[in-house]
Design a protein around this ligand. Structure first.
Ligand code: NAD
Ligand code: IMJ
Length: 254
């Protein structure tokens, strides 16, 4: 039981394909108490059964673009738990129109929205919950290879993920004073809501089967287990890091 008795606050479960669900499941199976947060009222019906299945402590709504929602969430968590050990950020959003065509055409408002939800939100969550996170706690965020190299259509999300990864390093420096670690997992492509309707997605999956060192795609459970590692004391001296869970695809030069 790698996280026995620890409390984990998880942001970004939309359904049972979500990366956040895979991490929540792994944490629960290894002894943690969990609480789930969802973005909007529309998702409540989907997330409630997951909360039941995983026997969560509580469930709450929090749109990370809403400062008041963040304050209210912090008050709720303070009341329910007082403190906690693990924070999982598994949130991204850009306008669908900005995830196709030429990056150069990205409008100002679309750039701001993607950066706000996909990058600034990690800073906002650290601000809102810092005082409640126990010394030696663990914070993690999800990223993708499109921050490092050009992936067709990833566009503004690539720029937002680069900001998120850099943010992880600066947050690691600030929170490291209290032994709190901040890391990112760079996951290979997975079929989730966030990858549905992406043109060329099938080609990306088959390219990985052909070219990645492990010659296979990853599954949600692979990310869940790395999340468990980062949440546990097995990774006690790892912070500010981006761990690739991608069958080794990122090491290839050609
Ligand atoms: P998902 O759609 O299940 O999760 C994305 C989550 O973001 C959803 O739960 C959604 O409600 C939430 N969200 C969006 N806007 C929000 C807001 N304003 N406030 C609060 N929550 C909001 O898809 P996923 O693939 O599990 O994505 C989770 C994370 O993993 C994202 O950061 C994504 O970029 C990253 N990621 C995904 C893949 C992939 O191939 N699916 C690969 C690497 C990284
Ligand atoms: C997303 C867009 C383009 C290419 C993509 C992706 N590839 C992968 C993804 C190759 C793997 C999924 N991914 C890593 C993401 O971070 C997705 C973020 C995302 C997805 C959507 C789709 C629906 C929508 N807005 C979105 N915002 C962010 O309206």
């Amino acid at each position: 039981m790698l996280v026995q008795g620890k409390k984990a606050l998880i942001f970004g479960v939309a359904n049972d394909k979500s990366i956040a669900y895979a991490i929540a499941k792994e944490l629960k199976e290894n002894g943690a108490s969990i609480a789930l947060s969802y973005a909007g009222e529309a998702l409540k019906k989907r997330v409630e059964p997951i909360h039941e299945e995983l026997n969560g402590d509580f469930l709450f709504q929090c749109d990370v673009t809403d400062d008041q929602a963040l304050v209210q969430s912090a008050e709720l968590v303070k009341e329910k738990w007082g403190n906690f050990d693990i924070l999982v950020h598994s949130i991204a959003f850009a306008n669908r129109d900005d995830l196709k065509g030429r990056y150069v055409d990205t409008p100002r408002a679309g750039f701001h929205l993607a950066m706000d939800i996909s990058a600034y939100s990690l800073v906002a969550l650290c601000q809102a919950f810092e005082k409640m996170i126990n010394d030696h706690g663990s914070i993690m965020a999800m990223t993708y290879y499109g921050s490092e190299k050009v992936i067709p259509n990833y566009n503004i999300m690539g720029v937002a993920k680069a900001a998120l990864e850099t943010s992880v390093r600066y947050l690691a420096m600030d929170l490291g004073e209290r032994g709190i670690r901040v890391n990112a997992i760079s996951a290979g492509p997975l079929k989730t809501l966030a990858s549905s309707g992406i043109s060329g997605f099938k080609t990306i999956l088959s390219t990985i089967e052909e070219r990645a060192p492990l010659r296979r795609n990853i599954v949600q459970e692979d990310v869940g287990k790395t999340g468990l590692f980062l949440a546990s004391d097995l990774s006690l001296s790892i912070t500010g890091e981006v761990i690739h869970v991608d069958s080794g695809y990122n090491i290839m030069g050609i």
